[in-house]
Design a protein around this ligand. Structure first.
Ligand SMILES: Nc1ncnc2c1ncn2[C@@H]1O[C@H](COP(=O)(O)OP(=O)(O)O)[C@@H](O)[C@H]1O
Ligand SMILES: O=C(O)C1=C[C@@H](OP(=O)(O)O)[C@@H](O)[C@H](O)C1
Ligand SMILES: [Mg+2]
Length: 197
């Protein structure tokens, strides 16, 4: 997206952006739901900067997510994830796609509630399995039974993701369709909540 396109997109969504104020739009949900892919598209459509917390973590640590898990373990990754997300949220508006476990952290949830509008991309197990099978870069799924892992994470995490401001049920539709639905849902949420930062 060049600067001219970004400016045109901002004009098209002026009302949404005015109501959003300095808050960011934050994607949460399970691995494979499309947070990174849809977040990037929504950012482009709204003319806002896009940040993926996993990419940011990889940048600051100069290690890949699997390398980080292997070298320091999940607790260290979670601590870094919390710090990185808090810093990203200090300034807005932007689009932030989090890693699937980030929203399970209470302080991160509080930071997101204070500085953002949260969007849960909700997907069923079959779709998640299909999507995560494309890449082997998720340490939690390096397991003989990745479907079982995802199924347990659905039970554990869905009640927490349900605290997000907006839920969008994603399904086997194109990224463009899902992105438009997300923008529509955000527009509706901001109109009805009427909150401006
Ligand atoms: N609506 C969609 N249609 C087709 N492929 C999608 C869609 N959403 C995501 N994907 C693909 O599914 C995979 C997982 O998506 P990703 O954005 O990495 O999920 P997450 O960040 O939630 O783990 C990626 O290969 C992505 O391109
Ligand atoms: O659900 C999780 O705990 C994780 C999700 C991953 O991000 P995506 O949800 O973008 O795949 C990544 O942060 C890490 O592998 C842990
Ligand atoms: Mg992602």
């Amino acid at each position: 997206m060049n600067a001219q396109q970004a400016s045109a997109n901002r004009t098209n969504h002026a009302d949404l952006l005015q109501k959003l104020g300095q808050r960011s739009i934050v994607f949460v949900g399970l691995m494979g739901a499309g947070k990174t892919a849809i977040g990037r598209k929504v950012a482009s459509a709204l003319g806002l900067p896009f940040i993926d917390s996993d990419h940011e973590i990889e940048g600051v640590s100069r290690m890949s997510i699997p390398e980080l898990f292997a070298a320091y373990g999940e607790p260290e990754f979670r601590a870094l994830e919390q710090r990185v997300i808090a810093r990203i949220l200090e300034t807005g508006p932007k689009i932030l796609s989090t890693g699937g476990g980030a929203y399970m952290n209470e302080e991160t949830r509080a930071a997101i509630a204070a500085h953002g509008v949260s969007v849960w991309l909700k997907a069923d197990l079959d779709l998640l399995m299909e999507r995560v099978s494309k890449k082997q870069n998720r340490p939690l799924l390096r397991d003989p039974d990745p479907r079982g892992v995802l199924s347990r994470l659905i039970d554990e995490r869905y009640p927490v993701y349900a605290q997000a401001d907006i839920t969008v049920a994603t399904r086997d539709e194109t990224k463009e369709v899902i992105s438009s639905e997300v923008i529509e849902a955000i527009t509706h949420h901001l109109k009805s909540s009427g909150k401006v930062d």
